[in-house]
Unconditional design. Structure first.
Length: 314
């Protein structure tokens, strides 16, 4: 069993020696090769081999541009014993819901491009983030109902059909404050999407933030789970919290080191034995100032959960 990590783990200015997240992106623009080599070296030092690419500057396009080609990227990964398992697809969240229909062809092409990249590097899963809800009782009020969900589900089905032809599974991520995180919302999108083309990337920490029970949600949709983010959290976020561009930063105070929050990983691990997983456990710790130490500690927790004692992936 190998372990992996989402590269959002490295999204912290302290790690990069800068003062803001904007400056992290500037570093990548100034010298992409040096940026990515530092990132890959840091991950390789932890013994965690799998990678989930995420939003810029930690995205697949940035990685290819940094080294000049997919082959050159694969060479850099191979030198360090690293492999790409999955990639996050942010387009549906970054394009307003009202513009999804007009942007459908652009979205489908972007999904196909990402799937073709993943196929070329041996990846397995394209993880999709869905749009955020509106703030509670905002004017106008937004309802996550059939009228809102059905067109999005139809688009997900079409995306999944495209990625499936490339050998890549499309998996919806259970992101807190998105339209697919509260248990009923996960049920809704799993009902409306075709299980042959749309799967689930399960994230128990985000379900905790929404007041859900991760064990119950996983048990209901186990046959759809192709990847899981190992992430812990404590507490339910206030219903009235303002949902804007800062919402993801607002999540971070609720996240906890693995085993120190409210997630029942022991039960989740037993359930996962019957899930159609396409990759190993993906460690996800948002924005760590010292990601190497955090990843090593998290990896030890997961290995212990699986009854492994080795300090490296088996």
């Amino acid at each position: 069993m190998q372990l992996g990590t989402d590269l959002v783990t490295f999204y912290n200015p302290d790690f990069w020696g800068v003062s803001s997240e904007v400056e992290i992106a500037q570093l990548a623009q100034q010298d992409g090769r040096a940026f990515w080599r530092r990132l890959l070296d840091a991950q390789a030092s932890t013994g965690v081999a799998g990678i989930e690419l995420t939003f810029p500057p930690f995205d697949w396009r940035g990685a290819v541009a940094a080294f000049g080609s997919i082959d050159a990227l694969l060479n850099e990964l191979g030198q360090r014993g690293l492999v790409i398992w999955s990639s996050f697809f942010p387009d549906l969240d970054r394009i307003p819901i009202s513009e999804h229909s007009a942007s459908q062809q652009r979205i489908l092409q972007s999904a196909l491009d990402a799937a073709q990249f993943l196929s070329a590097v041996g990846g397995r899963v394209l993880v999709v983030g869905l749009p955020c809800r509106s703030t509670w009782c905002a004017d106008p009020v937004q309802f996550v109902d059939m009228a809102l969900a059905q067109p999005m589900a139809d688009l997900l089905n079409r995306m999944g059909a495209l990625t499936a032809r490339e050998g890549i599974m499309l998996a919806v991520h259970t992101e807190a404050h998105s339209v697919c995180c509260a248990p009923r919302d996960v049920d809704l999108f799993m009902l409306l999407t075709d299980p042959r083309y749309v799967s689930l990337c399960f994230d128990p920490a985000h379900i905790i933030l929404e007041g859900g029970n991760p064990t119950r949600v996983l048990d209901r949709h186990l046959e759809r789970v192709v990847a899981m983010h190992w992430k812990d959290a404590s507490g339910i976020m206030p219903l009235s919290i303002v949902i804007d561009e800062t919402i993801y930063a607002k999540h971070r105070p609720y996240f906890r080191p693995l085993g120190e929050g409210d997630v029942d990983f022991s039960t989740l691990r037993r359930l996962l034995e019957n899930a159609p997983l396409k990759c190993g456990p993906i460690l996800e710790m948002d924005s760590c100032p010292a990601p190497e130490q955090v990843l090593q500690k998290a990896a030890a927790f997961v290995r212990n959960a699986y009854g492994l004692t080795s300090g490296t992936d088996a």
